[in-house]
Ligand binder design. Structure first.
Ligand SMILES: NC(=O)C1=CN([C@@H]2O[C@H](COP(=O)(O)OP(=O)(O)OC[C@H]3O[C@@H](n4cnc5c(N)ncnc54)[C@H](OP(=O)(O)O)[C@@H]3O)[C@@H](O)[C@H]2O)C=CC1
Ligand SMILES: O=C(O)C1=N[C@H](C(=O)O)C[C@H](O)C1
Length: 268
């Protein structure tokens, strides 16, 4: 059995992760961790998820449980994930990170830690989004130079980072395929007298509303025709199942930094 620790256990993704873990044969939910001061600490992880009692109380310190875990899955906040990274690194444990919104400095620390432990860092663990990333690479190479490229994403009202990690990764994939640097060509929202569009720019538009799980559209617009690659997530279970697949895949991997393209064998 793979012994799994889930941090952010009572969050939107944490709840889906617990359900996915319990529904995956070969996996054992061995720890459910929340932030210090959370009202969930001490309550049963199964009952909090609306399931049967698991006799697994939510704890508030990953370090308490780490020696008993094979892999830690973290969908929380960048600052929290950075703390959990240190616990995993110091204890030689595999780490699956779904959190988004990291700074460049935080990403550099994650990459350094991957010289010691195996880490998966992926802004979107759904199979469909990762297939879309591959399709985007092809589309950018075929029609990217002649088209205007715009990325539109929509998420629920509680999301705290923008654009989404997925939208940014989509932008990076397209920019890389075209030999552009996203840091130089990205345009984040437009307002006022903007002037005409810079043909080499990649535009980002963000919607935050209601309970939208996650929608991403990448538009390649020419005169006379337009290609759109669209992904719509209708349930968080798609991300949670991807995280279980990632954790299982990581079990026999050496130290290093990986993403879902590695897990799904899409890197060629
Ligand atoms: N890679 C992927 O496929 C996906 C990634 N995400 C990303 O996952 C992250 C979480 O999203 P979501 O579940 O919607 O957010 P939520 O706010 O619902 O959940 C985050 C959870 O983390 C908890 N938390 C915060 N700090 C700590 C800490 N120090 N230790 C332990 N737990 C902590 C929060 O507790 P409290 O609420 O009490 O503060 C909360 O329960 C986001 O960055 C999101 O973008 C989301 C979906 C898919
Ligand atoms: O916060 C979310 O909900 C999601 N976040 C991820 C992101 O930022 O890309 C993935 C997914 O779209 C849901």
């Amino acid at each position: 059995m793979i012994k799994v620790g889930i941090v952010g256990a009572t969050g939107r993704m944490g709840q889906a992760l617990i359900r996915a873990c319990l529904g995956t044969s070969g996996m054992l939910l061995a720890a459910a961790v929340e932030r210090k001061g959370s009202p969930s600490v001490g309550k049963d992880a199964g009952e909090l998820t609306g399931l049967l009692k698991l006799n697994l109380p939510v704890i508030d310190d990953l370090a308490q449980a780490i020696s008993d875990l094979d892999v830690v899955i973290d969908f929380t906040r960048p600052e929290a994930s950075m703390e959990h990274l240190v616990v995993c690194r110091d204890n030689g444990k595999r780490f699956v990170i779904g959190t988004t919104g990291f700074s460049d400095e935080q990403k550099a620390v994650i990459e350094q830690s991957a010289s010691t432990i195996p880490i998966i860092l992926a802004p979107n663990m759904s199979v469909g989004v990762n297939l879309c990333l591959k399709l985007l690479e092809i589309a950018a190479k075929v029609i990217g130079e002649q088209t205007d490229i715009e990325i539109i994403e929509a998420h629920h009202r509680h999301k705290v980072d923008a654009p989404s990690g997925t939208a940014l990764r989509m932008g990076e994939v397209v920019a890389d395929a075209l030999g552009r640097d996203l840091r130089e060509c990205a345009v984040y929202g437009r307002e006022g007298y903007t002037g005409e569009r810079d043909r080499k720019s990649i535009g980002f538009s963000v919607i935050r509303a209601g309970d939208i799980v996650g929608e991403h559209t990448v538009m390649f617009a020419d005169e006379g025709e337009r290609v759109e690659i669209i992904h719509t997530a209708s349930s968080r279970m798609t991300f949670a199942k991807g995280a279980m697949r990632a954790a299982t895949w990581l079990m026999d991997k050496p130290a290093g930094i990986y993403d879902m393209q590695d897990v799904l064998g899409l890197k060629v």
